[in-house]
Design a protein around this ligand. Structure first.
Ligand code: SF4
Length: 245
């Protein structure tokens, strides 16, 4: 998202609750340091907020339904690729009823440039049907109702709750998992465990936006292969033993 503030919604890069061994992310791996203390956590998020007061989504959407579909489509795809595909898709169908009318074949055609498009087309139509039949055509603002939709796991559900309904959930994708283990804000071996830890430790004033800030940080600064430690605004607070010079 070029001129716009980079965002964070496009978090669904993997399947539900993937197990991501910490050592696999930081192969150079020295023993993990102790997580930072609460006042340092506070300072880290204060700096994130100062750098990006109002982060927005890279994914384009017009309502909770199109947000849900965009996040489902973003699994193992780039936000840019998803936006290219959804421009046409959402012009043709921006509600569950219209998506069902459009049908699986035409949905597949719109999203054919995205990875796993066959399965995703099936899921998008199937979830639209459930939304129409069981939720009056609305996206529910309830984690359990969301996570049982086809193609939706706890991570996608958490993103939708956070972005569309202002629920302070921290959906953990590969960026958040890596960044949080490096600093470390917390040490966890799975994304689910990291989500639970982060939601418990991030101070309330930062909880709603924490998901966005951590993704921004992982996507643009604390990158997987070579973190940009020299320009990192929290370098002095981070305990990662293999910082770049
Ligand atoms: S100092 Fe380096 S490893 Fe630590 S958070 Fe910043 S970019 Fe990541």
């Amino acid at each position: 998202m070029s001129a716009r503030k980079p965002s964070a919604v496009g978090t669904a890069r993997g399947r539900l609750a993937p197990r991501l061994p910490v050592a696999a992310l930081d192969a150079a791996a020295t023993p993990a340091p102790e997580p930072v203390d609460p006042s340092t956590v506070e300072e880290i998020f204060r700096r994130f907020r100062e750098a990006s007061p109002a982060p927005v989504s890279d994914l384009k959407y017009t309502n909770p339904f199109t947000l849900l579909v965009a996040v489902v489509l973003s699994a193992q795809a780039t936000d840019k690729g998803v936006n290219l595909a959804t421009a046409g898709l959402f012009a043709a169908a921006d509600s569950p009823a219209k998506m069902i009318d459009l049908g699986e074949d035409r949905v597949r055609h719109f999203i054919r440039t995205i990875g796993l498009f066959n399965t995703k087309a099936k899921n998008v139509v199937a979830l639209s049907r459930i939304l129409l039949e069981e939720h009056g055509g609305e996206v529910p603002s309830d984690l359990e109702a969301l996570r049982v939709l086809p193609g939706v796991g706890i991570k996608t559900a958490s993103v939708v709750l956070n972005v569309a309904f202002g629920v302070p959930r921290i959906a953990v994708d590969t960026h958040i998992f890596r960044v949080s283990n490096r600093i470390p804000l917390a040490v966890a071996g799975t994304t689910d465990k990291m989500q639970a830890k982060l939601e418990a430790l991030v101070p309330e004033p930062y909880l709603l936006q924490a998901h966005h800030w951590l993704i921004l940080h992982g996507r643009y600064v604390c990158k997987a292969r070579k973190p940009d430690c020299p320009v990192c605004t929290i370098r002095d607070l981070c305990r990662f033993p293999d910082k770049t010079a």
